[in-house]
Design a protein around this ligand. Structure first.
Ligand code: FAD
Length: 296
């Protein structure tokens, strides 16, 4: 099923996983992760794409396992920064042959110390990728895109980033998934301005529970998102107790989700970091609210 058809009916609950690193073609460790996540009844599971490396080859394989063995809708991430049109056609055919109907179309990040001339990609932005896929495989895939409540780090301003986001939606993204954020006010600002400039597709909120102070700082750095004072101070207070820090992170993510649902969020996407127990804990803490929120 195409995810936009689901989103047209009701909000969705979804998870994100990544292909196991340093395992080559051995995907055995991911089976346990998927089977535990499957028990939580997500609407879909998305699989990240590591540009250029061995894990990119495994994205389609893992998406296929999710879809064809666990019968859960799968979204394959696909980045284009270093991909030629020819290679892309092969990847898209593989997804099609495996019955994958949903793609999160991304530009990807420039590698560290890159030289523009070394990049083999035929695409500059995610919107170019959307256009290419729509042209080559009309109506085959439901395309989606990434968005940034606190502004993408290369954009000059929030408003400029928003105008670029509109181009991505006009090029075929049927829904958007946000970068992680810890301050819901940024999500509400994004929704408000997006609607004002005519971005009317569902915008799913991406939530990542930070379960230690170190992880919180790392996430804030790599995702370019701010840490609210209340979260930082709770983490600081229990710095020496890993279990207490984990509890803080889980409570905080739960609070964010409850607040988002009470404001009518289009969907919740949990960045699980391949730790199903974290997603399970959050779902336990929101059982009654979810029952009410996700009913058909
Ligand atoms: P784009 O939409 O192309 O935007 C990139 C920048 O260019 C922005 O600053 C934007 O404002 C600007 N821009 C866009 N279009 C135009 C235009 N037409 N003219 C001028 N400027 C423009 N990375 C991976 O490698 N693998 C993954 O699996 C992955 N999954 C992700 C999932 C989510 C939900 C999110 C939020 C991010 C993910 N990323 C992933 C990271 C992503 O690849 C990076 O954030 C990357 O820097 C931007 O990708 P994008 O698709 O948003 O790019």
């Amino acid at each position: 099923m195409k995810i936009n058809n689901l989103l047209n009916k009701r909000p969705t609950l979804s998870f994100e996983i990544f292909p196991p690193k340093n395992h080559g073609d051995d995907l055995s460790s991911i089976f346990l992760t998927i089977s535990q996540l499957a028990k939580l009844n997500p609407d879909f599971i998305s699989v990240t794409y590591g540009a250029g490396g061995s894990t990119s080859k495994n994205t389609a394989k893992i998406a296929s396992i999710i879809k064809n063995q666990y019968h859960i809708e799968a979204v394959a991430h696909l980045s284009c920064i270093d991909t030629s049109k020819e290679d892309l056609i092969d990847i898209l055919n593989e997804l099609k042959d495996n019955n994958i109907e949903n793609i999160l179309a991304l530009r990807g990040d420039y590698p560290q110390d890159y030289d523009q001339r070394d990049l083999q990609g035929d695409f500059k932005y995610a919107s170019d990728l959307n256009e290419f896929i729509s042209e080559q495989f009309p109506d085959q895939f439901c395309l989606s895109g990434a968005c940034y409540p606190e502004t993408h780090f290369e954009a000059e301003s929030f408003e400029q980033d928003l105008q670029n986001l509109k181009k991505k939606v006009d090029a075929g993204a049927k829904y958007l998934v946000t970068q992680l954020f810890f301050d819901n006010q940024y999500y509400y600002r994004l929704i408000k301005r997006a609607r004002q400039i005519g971005i009317n597709v569902p915008i799913i909120a991406g939530i990542m529970p930070a379960t230690s102070s170190k992880q919180l700082k790392r996430l804030s750095k790599i995702s370019d998102c701010s840490i609210p004072y209340s979260l930082a101070s709770m983490m600081e207070r229990f710095l020496d107790d890993p279990e207490a820090c984990k509890e803080v992170g889980l409570h905080y993510a739960t609070y964010q989700i409850i607040d988002l649902m009470s404001q009518g969020v289009d969907g919740i996407h949990i960045y699980t970091m391949n730790k199903p127990e974290i997603a399970e804990e959050i779902l336990k803490r929101t059982k009654a609210i979810r029952r009410e929120y996700f009913k058909d």
